[in-house]
Design a protein around this ligand. Sequence first.
Ligand SMILES: [Zn+2]
Length: 212
Amino acid sequence: MPEFRALLRGYHRFRGERYEAERRRWASLASGQAPPVMIIGCCDSRVDPATIFDTEPGQAFILRNVANLVPPFEQGGGLHGVSAALEFAVTKLEVRHIVVMGHGGCGGVTAALQGGDHGVPGPSFIDSWIALLDPAVERVRATAAPDPQRALELEGVRTSLANLRSFPFVREREEAGQLKLHGCYFAIADGRLWELDEGSGAFQQLAEGAAA
Ligand SMILES: [Zn+2]
């Protein structure tokens, strides 16, 4: 199992290098976490938020799922993994920012455009999950976007932001100025990050080398 051995070699590098260098930080983290930011990204192996934002341990509470989606607020039972993580981050950890990050070449978005994951016989967990994008698919089709894949990747970020605001504990804190929502998009091919300007509804590419 060379793939798993490669993971263990990585662990030993971490122990010998990064852990040693950051030993004091890890010691303080052992008593608890207080991350100021929650990041919601895709499971895709190429778009690790900790890598892209070069975060330190304890800096970002990260949730990843197929196509970086947030479901709308629902009352009642059910296995709401995303909503539970969101509730914990907002009401217990009191994060001050939530970042939704979409990305180029998203397989979940491709499946949504194709009307489902046709590779799975019988009921598909993917199909019911990416149905969250159905209204966004309709909007993208209505605009006849020249690149529907990218248009839906961007529209998916806007959808997750809208769904975040359907949670009362998110909306209340945003209105009170205690919480800020952000939409981002990572274009894998060129390693560039785009940020959503919710005023204009457009994504703007971050200038190279800029640090704000
Ligand atoms: Zn993806």
